[in-house]
Each structure stands twice: as structure tokens, then as C-alpha cells.
Design a protein around this ligand. Structure first.
Ligand code: AHG
Ligand code: MN
Ligand code: MN
Ligand code: MN
Length: 344
């Protein structure tokens, strides 16, 4: 094996962040430090998820239900609680976070021990947790807002549109651990965890999603509650008109992070529409929809809510507010928008 075949100039997440920071002269390094804390939370959550599968087999039972529900009414898994605790402790100890919103916490957590901290973080510590016991991929979704100096970390600091996010992204704990991160107005970059090095390696620089792809990802079990335009859109994919037209393929994992990651790479559309039963939709604006919308837009795709408004511009009224969402390849989301226009 020739030495020339080995890449000795590896871009780790640490290097990537350092290079990003040096491109911004005004940067104080606080954001970089916050990202290092985020990175540690991803590594530790990934580690516990993998360990849980093993520990469960030898009867310590880290998987399974915690026996409680969170404020949004979801059944909590033990790993939801562990993931939440790992995330909170990483954010708190970074000293750079003033306030934190987590899916698993009813109220925003204000870190008064760090009154000068200038960032607010929103997170879904474990997305797709109903899949945990089956060993299916789950992940962590996060978003970062910058706060004005002297901010007290009130709820009003957090009830902001995704366009105010300075960074967002998600991880997927799958066959390997993947991290997708983007900054406001920037590119989308994908990293893969190298377990031997203990580092995230830049494996997918400047991710741009395919403009279209005939794959749809939606829980069709809800279709009896869907509004007419949504039914119409979905039927159009399954029963296309015109000679030789082929129907779309269906792919639905039930972990948004995994469905989103596939959609980013292969193209297609992921949807969780609002419907007659869940009038506001299921997914949460602040820590599920907005961060994903920023990733998809920065990768060249689109993301809209059930009213066909740009998802990233939606302002939540409460920190746990929900929304319908359609996100994916530019042309695939445009199809949804066009069908809704036709219905008026
Ligand atoms: P969470 O595990 O954080 O509560 O989120 C679950 C979400 C999301 O991951 C997924 O896309 C969706 O719920 C699946 O919902 P259905 O089971 O209703 O299809
Ligand atoms: Mn949940
Ligand atoms: Mn979730
Ligand atoms: Mn969750």
C-alpha cells in the first residue's frame, strides 16, 4: 500500500470550527466553545445509546419506558431522560449558554450561574425515541440563537423565527454516527464519527441536495385525517398521470433525523402534515422544524408549514408549539405548494 493513498490531512470538526472562527475577525471564541460542548453531548449520547443495547441484553435495562410522560404528552423512554441530562449538563458546563429549551423539559432552563452567556440553545435530545428498543436510528436536533448583551434568558428570547438561528443541525446515531451542521446563510457540512479517533471527520462537505427525486416519506396511516390538498398531493405521487409515468417510492423510518438524513442525501420529500386530528401538526417548531428547515434551505431544498408558509419564518407562541411540515428537494416541495394553490 503506497503512503500516498492515506489521507494525512484530515478535517476534524475541531479543525473545521477553528478555521470557521478565524474567518470571522469579530468572533470571541464563545461560539466555538459552545460547539465543542455540543460535540461532547453528541459523543456521549451516541455512546450511551450503543451501550444501552448491550446493557439491555445483559439485563440492566437501559432501554424501555421511564414510566413517565413529558410535557408534550409523549411517553418518555429511559434514554430520553439520560440524553436530556447529558445534553443539559454539557450546555451548562460550557458556560456559554444562558438559556436552554429541551423537548423533555416543560420550562426553559435558565443558567443564572452564567449571566454573561450570550447563547440560547434549543434541542430535541433524542428524536425518534419510539424506535430505540428496536435498534433503529435516532438522533439529536439542535439550534443556537445569539442573545443581546444582558439578556435574562426569558421565554421571549426564545420565541423567535428560525431565520434568527445562528447555527443548527442534527446527529443521527445509526450504523455510524453522523453530524450535519449549518450556520446562518452558510453551507451544510456532514461529519462522520470515527470511533477509533474519537473525532467527527468532515466526510460530506458543502452538501447540496438533489433538485428532485421520486421518494416520499410520510406516515400514511394518518391519511384518513388529512385535508384534501394533502390527500390530493399524495395520490398524485402514487397514481401519476401521463404515459409511462412511474409512481414514487415510499420510505418512512419514523425517526425524523433518519428520514431527513436520507432525504438530504438522496433527495425526495419528508412530510408530517397538520391534519383534522392534530390541527397543529405533531413536530415542534423550535427544536424540530426550524433547525431542520435551516439545514434543508441551506442545502438548496425547501421547507414549508401546512399553510405553505416558509417554515423558517414561523414564530412560535409557546416554546413547545407544533407545526405541520413539508421539507425536501426544491421541486418536490414545490409540488406540494402548487397542489395547495390549486385548492385555493
Ligand atoms: P420524538 O421521538 O422526539 O418524540 O419525535 C418523534 C417524531 C419524529 O422523530 C418522527 O418523524 C415522528 O415523531 C414520527 O411520528 P409517527 O409515529 O406519528 O409517525
Ligand atoms: Mn418525544
Ligand atoms: Mn423529535
Ligand atoms: Mn425527542
Amino acid at each position: 500500500v503506497g503512503a500516498e493513498k492515506i489521507n494525512t490531512d484530515i478535517v476534524t470538526l475541531t479543525r473545521f470550527l477553528t478555521e470557521e472562527q478565524s474567518r470571522h475577525k469579530e468572533a470571541t471564541g464563545d461560539f466555538t466553545l459552545l460547539c465543542h460542548a455540543l460535540q461532547f453531548s453528541f459523543k456521549s449520547i451516541a455512546y450511551y445509546i450503543r451501550r444501552a443495547t448491550l446493557i439491555n441484553l445483559i439485563k440492566f435495562e437501559l432501554t424501555g419506558l421511564a414510566g413517565s410522560s413529558n410535557t408534550t404528552g409523549d411517553e418518555q423512554k429511559k434514554l430520553d431522560v439520560i440524553g436530556n441530562d447529558l445534553f443539559i449538563s454539557a450546555m451548562k458546563s460550557s458556560g456559554r449558554v444562558r438559556v436552554l429549551v429541551s423537548e423533555e423539559e416543560e420550562e426553559a432552563i435558565v443558567f443564572d450561574e452564567h449571566p454573561q452567556a450570550r447563547y440560547a440553545v434549543v434541542c430535541d435530545p433524542i428524536d425518534g425515541s419510539s424506535n430505540l428498543d428496536a435498534g433503529v436510528s435516532v438522533g439529536t436536533i439542535f439550534g443556537v440563537f445569539q442573545l443581546p448583551e444582558g439578556a435574562k434568558g426569558t421565554k421571549e428570547d426564545l420565541l423567535r423565527p428560525g431565520t434568527d438561528l445562528v447555527a443548527s443541525g442534527f446527529t443521527m446515531y445509526g450504523a455510524s454516527t453522523q453530524l450535519v451542521i449549518t450556520m446562518r446563510g452558510g453551507t451544510v457540512n456532514g461529519f462522520t464519527m470515527d470511533n477509533a479517533l474519537g473525532e467527527f471527520i468532515l466526510t460530506h462537505p458543502d452538501m447540496k441536495m438533489p433538485k428532485k427525486r421520486a421518494i416520499y416519506s410520510v406516515n400514511e396511516g394518518n391519511s384518513m385525517w388529512w385535508e384534501e390538498p394533502v390527500k390530493d398531493w399524495c395520490n398524485g405521487l402514487k397514481y401519476p398521470e401521463g404515459e409511462g409515468a412511474k409512481p414514487y417510492s415510499a420510505r418512512y423510518i419514523g425517526s425524523m433525523v433518519a428520514d431527513a438524513y436520507r432525504t438530504l442525501l438522496y433527495g425526495g420529500i419528508f412530510a408530517y402534515p397538520a391534519d383534522k386530528k392534530s390541527k397543529k401538526g405533531k413536530l415542534r417548531i423550535l427544536y424540530e422544524c426550524a433547525p431542520m428547515a435551516m439545514v434543508f434551505e441551506n442545502a438548496g431544498g425547501q421547507a414549508v408549514n401546512s399553510k405553505m408558509a416558509r417554515m423558517i419564518e414561523v414564530v412560535p407562541e409557546h416554546i413547545h408549539d407544533r407545526s405541520g411540515i413539508f421539507m425536501g428537494s426544491y421541486d418536490e416541495v414545490q409540488k406540494v405548494i402548487d397542489v395547495h394553490k390549486k385548492h385555493g
